[in-house]
Design a protein around this ligand. Structure first.
Ligand code: WTA
Length: 630
């Protein structure tokens, strides 16, 4: 871990939103809203939770037995009741819950009533396969409405979903299936990307070799030709929904029952199964969507994330449905059929809120503002960014060319582990490009040194969260030690693993990870995962992966490889190794650069010093290398 370091604070331009935004915002003034929260923290969350429907109220808002929190203890609920039934029973029955756009102008529209019925049928289908409360279902699907339906159907019956991004390869999928002991895997024949189809089912077949927990695989056919089911354990998605009862009553869940597992890259080899619970997660997702993003039920809301990531869980699926808004979902990428497609969709559907990632914004910048200029984007009211730091140039471009010098941009810092937004600039508050903002009302954040002491403005330090919050992860699946580590690395705090600095107004700038995670296009990739994929190839003796800064993606992966006796560097081997990573971990983890070396720098205890490789690569000072072996 680095010592504290000075960060030069440059006074950049400050953006002031139109006063009208503040008038319509949930929180009219940050300082007083935050003070009100601090004054009565439990009362704050009590009021928010009371806006949702519970079968039984809570006895306690929060019980904090460090490092374990229980929220809304005694309360009972089902999140899908709040996402669906509640709306169907009131005036939103015929309202559009979900617009979906596919390639070749295919469109599907679900009203709340229709989505509700589909979820119940699929839930009954899952029950038919023996899935019940507490079981885990792995969802490995493209961005189609059935992905959302499958997630909600699990929640309906109290089964945990473990969604795995469809860009992961067979061994990554196998690891996640086994890790969570999934009973059923839900998948599709193919996913579509830029006019091409990418088979998914063969990956699942490969992942199922040595996956003893799996009883059934449900396969969604998305093509003209029906999917071929090759074994008794394979079931057709739509057939499963036939001959089942139309109604599936929601399972009554305790607030602290688990809702889902979501794997995220770890700093050591295996990914971590982050567990979120029903009550607290629901409150966090609702609160931030409704009051931080100010989503109202008249809004068409487009978060471009894949539901395979936490951003998709909270802000594609649960958050917008909890607020009764309309979700826009698409399998289209921003550059196909052309670079104007996203702006065309915003114009066509009258999207009001658009939430994407810096890597996408930088790509939009590169292809040029003439693309958005062709479309009417005046329906947009609010913009969001997530996944990695939004650099000032990207902020300014986004503000001008997408937001029409009008829309507030919420640069939201948060994590799979936090479940909801933690830091941003509230709507109506002055925005500072490069700075995400401040802790939202509801959370207590600090920037500290390694002993946990707050550092002054201009001094970099570790970003920590000092109090529990409702949507915090409750556990790392089957790894209590790892869970405890989050709360013990720096005493009495949750250590996020990010470096940060505050300015004189308390605005926080995120400076990147302090650990061995690489953020590639906003996706967390563990160096250890890439390295172990490489060393599983017969030619590789050792490997070290680093993140190398890149103008579009934030970082790319560069690997340094030593070969076993008898193996020799060649372009052909490089291709083979990249292919090998693609096959095992998936396309998102393929190293952009690969360098053969004779030895890797190590500490005396044999740990690879990635920091040294990175410093060398970037031509920086080597820092303290006194513990280096040679
Ligand atoms: C990074 C994604 C800077 C950060 C929601 C964090 C960010 C990790 C931002 C979590 C942001 C996310 N500015 N960095 N606005 N948002 N990050 O679990 O390093 O996929 O720790 O959750 O992404 O990634 P995860």
């Amino acid at each position: 871990m680095p010592e504290d370091f000075e960060v030069p604070l440059e006074e950049g331009k400050i953006y002031l939103p139109d006063p009208e935004y503040r008038e319509n915002a949930e929180f009219k003034d940050y300082t007083s809203a935050y003070r009100e929260f601090l004054h009565d923290q439990d009362g704050f969350w009590h009021r928010i939770a009371s806006e949702l429907v519970w079968y039984e109220p809570w006895e306690h808002v929060k019980i904090w037995e460090y490092p374990f929190a229980r929220w809304f203890e005694g309360a009972q609920l089902n999140i899908t009741y709040n996402c669906l039934d509640r709306h169907v029973h009131d005036s939103r029955r015929n309202k559009v819950a979900l617009f979906w756009r596919g390639e070749n102008n295919r469109e599907r529209i679900y009203t709340y009533e229709h989505l509700y019925k589909e979820v119940m049928r699929f839930a009954n289908g899952l029950k038919k396969l023996g899935v019940g409360k507490g079981d885990t279902v792995c969802i490995y699907m493209p961005m189609v409405p059935e992905q959302v339906i499958a997630m909600l159907a699990c929640a309906r019956i109290g089964a945990l979903h473990s969604v795995v991004f469809a860009g992961f390869g067979a061994s990554a999928l196998n690891q996640r299936i086994n890790g969570a002991q999934a009973k059923v895997v839900v998948t599709a024949d193919v996913s579509r990307r830029r006019g091409k189809t990418i088979p998914l089912k063969p990956t699942v077949e490969e992942a199922l070799i040595d996956a003893p927990s799996v009883d059934y695989v449900v396969v969604l056919g998305t093509q003209e030709t029906p999917v071929e089911l090759v074994s008794d354990i394979e079931v057709d998605f739509h057939e499963l929904m036939e001959d089942v009862a139309a109604v599936c009553e929601p399972e009554i869940m305790d607030a602290e029952d688990p809702l889902f597992i979501l794997y995220t890259s770890g700093t050591t080899g295996a990914p971590k199964g982050i567990i979120h619970t029903c009550g607290g997660y629901m409150v966090g997702a609702y609160y931030t969507t409704r009051k931080i993003f100010n989503v109202t039920d008249n809004d068409i809301y487009w978060c471009t994330a894949d539901p395979g990531w936490i951003t998709g869980h909270t802000y594609v699926v649960y958050g917008p449905l909890l607020t009764g808004a309309t979700i826009f979902l698409t399998e289209l990428t921003p550059d196909y059929p052309d670079n104007g497609i996203y702006w065309k969709l915003i114009e066509e559907y009258g999207i009001n809120i658009f939430y994407t990632a810096p890597t996408a914004i930088r790509m939009f910048m590169k292809v040029g503002e003439e693309w958005p200029a062709r479309y009417d984007l005046t329906s947009l009211r609010i913009l969001g960014s997530v996944g990695e730091p939004l650099n000032p140039e990207a902020f300014e471009w986004y503000y001008e060319h997408i937001g029409g010098n009008r829309c507030p941009i919420l640069d939201t810092w948060w994590q799979t582990e936090t479940g909801m937004h933690i830091i941003t600039t509230l709507i109506g508050e002055p925005m500072k490009p490069g700075y995400a903002g401040k802790a939202i009302p509801g959370v207590v954040v600090d920037v500290v040194d390694k002993d946990g002491n707050s550092v002054p403005p201009g001094t970099g330090g570790f970003l920590v969260i000092k109090e529990p919050w409702p949507s915090m992860m409750r556990m790392v699946y089957q790894n209590e030690e790892r869970y405890r580590k989050y709360w013990s690395t720096i005493k009495n705090c949750y250590t996020a693993g990010d470096l940060a600095v505050r300015d004189n107004d308390g605005y926080i700038m995120l400076l990147g990870r302090s650990d061995d995670l690489i953020l590639v296009a906003g996706h967390n990739i563990g160096t250890a995962e890439v390295e172990s994929a490489l060393v599983s190839h017969k030619a590789v003796a050792e490997a070290a992966a680093i993140g190398k800064p890149n103008a579009i993606k934030g970082n790319i992966i560069k690997v340094f490889v030593t070969l076993v006796e008898g193996a020799h560097p060649s372009d052909r081997l490089t291709q083979e190794l990249k292919y090998h990573v693609r096959q095992t971990l998936g396309p998102i983890a393929v190293p952009a650069e690969l360098e053969y070396v004779d030895t890797l720098p190590k500490t005396r205890s044999g740990k690879i010093m990635r920091r040294v490789l990175k410093a060398q690569e970037l031509g920086m000072d080597l820092g303290d290398i006194s513990t280096l072996e040679e």
